[in-house]
Ligand binder design. Structure first.
Ligand code: ZN
Length: 282
């Protein structure tokens, strides 16, 4: 079986130990399987992404000894195509415009924070036709209609990560309760939801195995539903443990003390980094 995986950082800050763990794990799993390790920059947040972070991430990865295969996919170059593809759901009548507050919508589009469940939308705008869409409106998926259009389809994914290993079936009733009408984009602005863009990219890059932090496990059912709506394949998922700080909190971009660059400046070696995150030498 082919094995193609990717590391997909956002160039909004330096790589830290948590990123290094994710990248090394994905790289090592690909190499062990005789597969490919690809790099993707999740750079759709034009306000926060910087070319200098993009360059530093590449430099850190090379320093760690992680060579990626093929060109880097940069999401910002594909936003028009994401929006065009989204129109197929509009044609199927599965989208509606929503004018609920901008901060709510911005939060809904971002990748999740650990421990924050989906904010299930009460459906206030569900009755609105697409013609009533105004600039700045979000586009939401009508999940009930989407699930109805997928009736009889086996919505499932295989997980190989330690915490949830096995075959998972998406339960439509549970999806309605826990996911609801997610925001997929904001019309007129170059923003699409994290889980939509990454589903398109996984298909475009031929990803067979998604290796990522376990904070994204709860997003997987939404991605499986979207993959079926767009006729995309569902990869195997491997959600790994998170690297935590001394207080048990997940590392964040602002944890500069644990930036790979800082360790490099302090004289650490790539082998030291592997040891720190609990991965064997190559
Ligand atoms: Zn609304």
């Amino acid at each position: 079986m082919a094995f193609v995986t990717r590391f997909a950082p956002s160039p909004t800050g330096p790589l830290h130990l948590g990123h290094a763990y994710s990248a090394i794990l994905a790289h090592d799993m690909a190499r062990a399987a005789g597969g490919r390790f690809l790099l993707r920059m999740e750079d759709t947040d034009l306000e926060r992404c910087r070319p200098e972070w993009d360059a530093l991430i590449q430099e850190d990865l090379r320093w760690l000894g992680l060579a990626w295969d093929g060109p880097i996919l940069r999401q910002a170059e594909h936003i028009a195509s994401y929006n065009t593809r989204l129109e197929t759901l509009e044609t199927k009548g599965l989208l509606y415009p929503c004018s609920c507050t901008r901060s709510d919508i911005r939060a809904a589009l971002a990748a999740p924070q650990e421990g924050v469940a989906f904010n299930v939308y009460p459906g206030t705008c569900r009755h609105r036709p697409m013609e009533s869409r105004k600039s700045g409106d979000a586009l939401r998926l009508n999940l009930a209609a989407a699930l109805e259009s997928l009736a009889g389809v086996d919505l499932c994914f295989t997980e190989t990560g330690p915490a949830h290993s096995g075959l998972h079936r998406v339960d439509p009733d549970q999806a309605m309760r826990q996911i609801g009408d997610v925001v997929l984009s904001r019309k007129g602005e170059d923003i699409v939801a994290y889980f939509l863009a990454s589903s398109f990219d996984d298909a475009d890059q031929g990803i067979t195995h998604v290796i990522r932090g376990e904070d994204l496990f709860d997003f997987t059912p939404v991605q499986v539903i979207l993959q079926h709506l767009f006729g995309l394949p569902t990869p195997v998922y491997h959600h790994h443990r998170l690297i935590r700080d001394d207080h048990g909190k997940r590392l964040a971009k602002r944890d500069d003390a644990r930036a790979i660059r800082k360790y490099r400046e302090d004289g650490a070696t790539p082998a030291d980094i592997r040891r720190m995150v609990g991965l064997p030498s190559p």
